[in-house]
Structure formats: C-alpha cells, structure tokens
Design a protein around this ligand. Sequence first.
Ligand code: ASP
Length: 343
Amino acid sequence: MNRRRLLQIGSLGVGSIAITSKLFSSAKKITIGKKPLVVSTWGVGINANKAAWEILRKNGRALDAVEAGVMITEAEQDNCCVGLSAYPDRDGHVTLDASIMDEQGNAGSVAFLERIKHPISVARLVMEKTPHVMLVGSGAQQFAVEQGFALEDDKLSDSAKKAYEDWLKTSQYKPVMNIENSKGQNAFAPHRFANGAFNHDTIGMISLDAQGNLSGSCTTSGLAFKMRGRVGDSPIIGAGLFVDNEVGAAVSTGLGEEVMRVCGSHMVIEAMRHGASPEDACKLTVEKILRRKPSIKTDDIQVGFIAIDKNGNFGGYSIQKGFNYAVCYADDYNTLIDAKHLL
Ligand code: ASP
C-alpha cells in the first residue's frame, strides 16, 4: 500500500473504520515467525541444530551457527552421505562438496574436496580469506592445508568399505544417463536400502539470528558411487543454497542434477520475494522440477527444499514422500517435521 493510498484511508474518518479494516484484511497477511530460528534437513538435523542453537540462544551470529551445526554431521561416523565416513565415488574415493552464505550475500564453496574433515569450514575461509567464491579439487585441498587443516588418510570407514564392496559386485564402469532409479538398475544409481534410506543426502542448514540476519550452509559427499569428478548442487550458489537477507534463505537435498537445472534454491528465494510463503516457494520449485521432467514420477527421483523467511516463518516441500527437516527455535523445541510432498 503506497503513501497516497494510506493518506486516502486516513482521510475517510471514523465512519469508514469498517471499510478500512476490510482493506487491510485483504492486504497480504503478515505473519511473524520465530527468532532466532534454525532449520536443517533430515533427521541428522536434530543433533546439528543443537550445536547451532547453542550459538543462537546467546544472541550469536547465524553464520557461526550454520557452520558449527553442520560440522557435527561432518564429524559423524557411519554417515553414508556427509563427511569423510561417507560412501565413495565409483573409484573408491570420498569427495566432498560444501557451501556457505552470510547475511551480506557473501558466499564460499568447495567441491571435489578430498581428505579434509570439515569442508564447511574451508568453504567459509574461501568466502572470508580469498577474492573467490569457489575452489575445487586439489586447489581446494591445497588451500585447506595452507589454512592449517589436517590432511586425513584416504581410507574408507568400515560401513563405506562394505557398501562399496557390495556395489562393486554389480558395477558397470561406464557412464549411464538418467541414473537415479530406486531399483538400482544401472551402474551408479543410488538406491533405497531395506530401511528405506537413500544412499545420498545432504545436511543443509538455514538460520535467522536474534539480530534478524540470515545465513545458510550445506555439506555432502554427493551421490554414492558417482563418476569421479562429479559435483552436485550443494556447492553451487543458487542451486544447493541461497541466502538473501532482504527475503530469506533456502537449501536443497536430493538429486543435485535436477536442482542445478532450475537453480533451485535461488528460485525458492525469488518466489518468496514475490510473496510466496516458505512452504509454497519450496512447493512451486519442486513442481517446476517435476514439470520439466515428468518421468521423475516413475524414476523415483527425490528432491526436497527447506526455506525460512525474514520474519522467521519456515517450510519445506519434496517431490516424494519421506523427506523431513528439523526445526529448532527454543531450548525445548527441536523437532523433526515431515515435509509435504507432491507424489
Ligand atoms: N544434493 C546432493 C547431491 O546431489 C545429494 C543429496 O542431497 O542427496 O550431491
């Protein structure tokens, strides 16, 4: 409502209160959410949120919270999908992707990074100490070592070794298109395990701090048994992660190739900028992915987004059933929420 319109309403007088309130009630509903707030993907988000909350509850910065939060997941043992214990690429090496963004729109990311325990912290230093946004492969590793990060052994965790050996029994070393298929029908298709879990995931975390500033992070080993050199959406700013302090923050998980093709997280933010709620913005972005590629229905591809807005409202949406996210905004509130889904 512009100033002129407000002046017109102001000049209507007492008798027009009903008209005025009707005008306001038809205006965009402003809902006030939670602050500080941290939201992260999947069940691992509960533990990650706890570390982030320790910072947020003391009026700390969202950027520090989203780094500390996902570091918990990066350090976990027996995690198929994040950090050095994760499943390797098809040549048997764990390669990691991560990105981070702050409230000023600064961004840092690393991709195809090997033998470094905390890619998210390297991404933060790329943002803070270099003129660049992204470092990859041996260059990212060299930078990490220069910054004092230890070079860990190139050794698979017990669970990753077992999963890799199982996969090798049927692997075909040739690139196959349209690879995501829950039935595991081709060379490096991620598949669902008996417990229902996919063998790829990302911890993505977005936060609004007490000062009203937004930040986000994400970190992953990408798709298990991927082609060597494959990089997913997570380190690509605008695909796996996007933060605009005027609007909100969004992060994705799922088949990164589909997220990259629509600049998914950026699309979520732009939808919120034009008035969509976080949940609706996530929904219309997964709808866009599905519209572009209807065969996703039969290929069983999963993509999910979570988002928060500047007012501390939050939401998530996925293509398939089974995506959830952890929400924390009080000492006694850190809860896993099932995302709504399209199919
Ligand atoms: N988005 C990640 C990637 O494609 C994987 C995942 O979240 O499941 O690398």
